[in-house]
Design a protein around this ligand. Structure first.
Ligand code: AMP
Ligand code: ZN
Length: 113
């Protein structure tokens, strides 16, 4: 999608600190980190949010989880713990409408729900 900032990051039309990339997924540091580790993991394909996941692309979510596991280990937060969040639509707090998973950790996180 031409006016999507995360699509622009995928196409390298917008700068970002990329920490992982393969043919389907990209991961980069959040510009406004909420914790010492705050990475966004996104599909390269433009999907709006989890509501765009269906029978034909559901394997992408498994792949994203493998990438999250790898990054959590690489960043040294796997054993201590971390949080994965994906916001959906306005009441879920979604601001950028390209599916993304927040990987947050590196300190004791407050419970929010
Ligand atoms: P959400 O509220 O789940 O849509 O979260 C959007 C996230 O994207 C926020 O945590 C922002 O800080 C982050 N963000 C927005 N623009 C950029 C950018 N250009 N590079 C990295 N992270 C960004
Ligand atoms: Zn997009």
């Amino acid at each position: 999608m031409s006016d999507c900032i995360f699509c622009k990051i995928v196409k390298r039309e917008m700068p970002s600190q990329i920490v992982y990339e393969d043919d389907r997924v990209m991961a980069f540091n959040d510009i406004n980190p909420l914790a010492p580790v705050h990475i966004l993991v996104i599909p390269k394909e433009h999907l709006t949010n989890v509501l765009d996941i269906n029978e034909n692309n559901a394997d992408l979510i498994g792949h994203i989880h493998l990438v999250i596991n790898r990054l959590a280990r690489e960043k040294g937060i796997a054993e201590k713990g971390f949080r994965i969040v994906t916001n959906c639509n306005p009441e879920g707090g979604q601001v950028v409408y390209h599916l993304h998973y927040h990987l947050i950790g590196g300190e004791k996180l407050k419970n929010f729900a």
